[in-house]
Design a protein. Structure first.
Length: 411
């Protein structure tokens, strides 16, 4: 029984209990109301008989007979009323509750359990034909309904005999196609535990991890692909995915290496060849950017040597020439002797998505800070900005010859 059916039964039981309580309280209140009315009528008639006796309209014997008859009728009516109301409670309270619970049970038997069992049996019978269609590449792709049947039938088989790596891999593929990614990942993990060298398991597991995404899953996919390439060094799918994972992780060297090997083993008439060439060129450009290094020689004007504060900080940074305030790279170090040589590259970026290699020109500056902050403060010393072309092995010399004021420059 599914959790949905169990939940429905619990709700029906609670509803029946509510009906019992509500209708029971209502019937009890109605019962007390009728009894109170009868009692008031009884008391009123006794007072009327006493008044008639006092006025001489009834003799003592007639009064006694009338009171006796009144008592008999009062007792008889109350007894009959209680019996009727007890029968009403039995039918008015319990019957709706029984009907609700009964309908729930009948609904489950007719439409829940029966349908689930029927669908499960259908899946079991269709499993061999569906498996052939799912595995074969020569038939039409299975429909979503066929995939659901296949997944259900295969899951029943796995629950019965535990399955092997191939069966768990097939179930993972079906679950992934149905966008049940957590089930698919768990199934691939079972397949991997059973056979951690099967290329199809390694490749499929890695593909799913990449599609689901996330840094941790990408790292796991990279490990699976590395293992696959040790088993099959020229596996084109593994080489392609290795380059893609490395690219997403910013490992341009690994991406270039994987895609370069891929182009060597891939036929030029392969439909993916041009796309791999484009991706490789982009990765090579990014790798070249990370290898770009700007050498900055910072000198200090003689007339400002006496104005350098003790324990001052030297900042050397590169910005975009268009005046963007955020440096693309910055080096911070204690002030020692001048001149001093500083090297800047993408390794000195302040943000992971804003680096020197993304700029076609570099605006280079140097500053001696009195308060260990890159923002200008009173008494800071600085250089005039120089703009140079962004190219490998670039170098520039800056001379600190200005006394800066907070309002004189904007960063």
């Amino acid at each position: 029984m599914s959790w949905m059916i169990i939940t429905s039964m619990v709700v029906l039981a609670l509803l029946a209990l509510v009906l019992v309580v509500v209708f029971g309280a209502r019937q009890q209140a109605q019962r007390h109301t009728r009894l109170d009315v009868n009692r008031e009528l009884y008391e009123q008639r006794r007072r009327e008989l006493a008044q008639e006796h006092a006025e001489g309209l009834l003799t003592d014997k007639a009064l006694s007979a009338a009171e006796h008859e009144l008592d008999k009728r009062f007792i008889s009516e109350n007894t009959e009323l209680e019996q009727l109301q007890e029968r009403a409670i039995g039918s008015g309270i319990w019957l709706p509750a029984f009907i609700i619970v009964g309908l729930g049970i009948i609904g489950y038997v007719l439409f829940g359990s029966w349908q689930q069992q029927s669908y499960a049996e259908q899946a079991r019978q269709a499993l061999p034909q569906l498996a052939e269609k799912v595995i074969s590449n020569q038939q039409a792709a299975p429909t979503a309904e066929e995939l659901r049947l296949f997944a259900l039938g295969l899951r029943q088989r796995l629950q019965e005999d535990g399955g092997d790596a191939l069966a768990w891999m097939l179930y993972a593929r079906a679950a992934a196609a149905l966008q049940r990614y957590e089930e698919a990942l768990a199934a691939y993990e079972r397949a991997y535990q059973m056979d951690n060298e099967r290329p199809a398991v390694l490749l499929g597991y890695a593909q799913l991890l990449i599609n689901v995404g996330g840094a941790e899953r990408l790292q796991q996919a990279a490990q699976l692909l590395s293992k696959l390439l040790r088993v099959d060094p020229q596996n084109t799918d593994a080489l392609s995915l290795t380059g893609a994972v490395a690219y997403q992780l910013g490992d341009w060297q690994q991406a270039v290496q994987a895609w370069s090997i891929l182009l060597q083993v891939m036929p030029e008439d392969d439909s993916r060849y041009a796309a791999v060439q484009t991706a490789l060129a982009d990765a090579e450009q990014r790798l070249a950017g990370t290898q770009q290094e700007l050498v900055v020689t910072v000198a200090l004007a003689d007339e400002l040597r006496e104005q350098v504060p003790e324990q001052a900080t030297l900042f050397v940074f590169v910005k975009a020439p268009d005046g963007a305030p955020m440096p693309a790279a910055v080096v911070r170090q204690a002030v020692t002797e001048f001149p001093v040589e500083v090297r800047l590259s993408d390794a000195n970026a302040m943000l992971p998505d804003y680096k020197m290699s993304q700029l076609s020109q570099w605006q280079v500056e140097a500053r001696i800070s009195t308060d260990d902050r890159i923002e200008i403060s009173a008494g800071d010393l600085g250089t005039a900005a120089q703009t140079i072309a962004a190219e490998p092995d670039a170098s520039v010399t800056l001379t600190i010859d200005q006394i800066l004021e907070p309002s004189s420059r904007q960063d």
